[in-house]
Design a protein around this ligand. Sequence first.
Ligand SMILES: O=P(O)(O)OC[C@H]1O[C@H](OP(=O)(O)OP(=O)(O)O)[C@H](O)[C@@H]1O
Length: 433
Amino acid sequence: MVRNIVVLGGSSHPQLAHSICVNLGIPPGRIILSKFAVGETRVEIQDSVRGKDVFILQSGCGRVNDHLMELFITISACKTASAKRVTVVLPLFPYSRQPDIPYNKLGAPLSKAPANKPEGFTFESRPATPRLVDHPMSLSGPSAGGLENRLTRLALEQRNQQESAPNGGMATSMRRTYTSDSVNGVPKTPGPGSTLGGGEWLPGHGFKAQAGYKQWVAQAGTLIADLLTCAGADHVITMDLHDPQYQGFFDIPVDNLYGRPLLQKYIQYSIPDYQNAVIVSPDAGGAKRATAIADALGMEFALIHKERRPTRITDRQNATMMLVGDIAGKVAILVDDLADTSNTITRAAKLLKNKGKATKVYALVTHGLFSGDAIDRINASALDKVVVTNTVPQHEHQRLCNKLEVLDVGGVFAEAVRRVHHGESISVLFRYD
Ligand SMILES: O=P(O)(O)OC[C@H]1O[C@H](OP(=O)(O)OP(=O)(O)O)[C@H](O)[C@@H]1O
């Protein structure tokens, strides 16, 4: 029994909030979550949180945006009600698949060297780093009169040119700006043909973005981190972040728990003759995660190369998949962090059985979102078993799919909550053996 602690469950995953409270031996905090007719979220906390250590559980599933707003309001309500500390427990971190740098189909950042340059790219600094000797106004090097004198003379010459121009200096002035000769050598407005972040400045047309370049893609990762801290979150606990570097977006502590110990135990205790099975990563992004399990259990490893970041859903569905490794006559165990449409795991299973000649295919996934017709896809697939954790609700999925097995993360999160509350180390939860 822990004291001075309140655990509030959001509407995304009440079962997990209940499981955490049962593990901690405390009753769940009382909270009313409702909506106005227009769709606005209303939150009312019915227990006193003054001076208490508050934990709010909300997972990034279902109506993700509604749940996020509900979370922000609940955090803010706790802070204004004088909670001592507010820890946000996000078993599946929302928006974690939207890294800050936009990627193109081939995986490289979308900003690239202009295609119209024959050399393709340059190591030169553009615009060129200003050097005194390069400047048209420089006399005979750095010692000739000093920078201040030259700037004064430059300003004087500009004024004289403007005064002598037939239209009062407008044309000259515009030309000077356009050809980028500002005082310090750095253009105020890019000159014709000059490039800026993968585009081109064309006279009369302004900035023309290069094809495929999306310079205004929203940076959702930073925004979500900022919104959470702005609402008043003091600490975040999550599991298997898709992009672990997400932690760096926060200036509050973020504990990223691993689903790996649970998945590893499942392999050891529930897959017969697991030592002869092969761990398979369905894409390069998950290779590190999968090899860690293979290494820990002394198992073989294979990789499926999937084209990364297709731009459209049809591209994703038709993305080329190639198997690297030998799985013939063996059990293949796919390991991934999440299954959303389940295209990745079902297509991988088909490849493993058809081309790889695997005898059986398991898929072990931390976050089983199973959006849309994902469950139907699994039912019709070559997958023999799909094992997920309950970081998102699984009751309905289990009812529809008898290939699905669910591992409970309630105990892991309850232990993390208990340790954070008592100021104990939670690194023990990161151990895999
Ligand atoms: O069930 P699905 O709809 O197929 O989605 C699941 C896949 O999406 C994620 O990877 P992502 O495609 O974002 O690429 P990455 O791992 O290279 O970042 C995840 O790691 C899975 O591999």
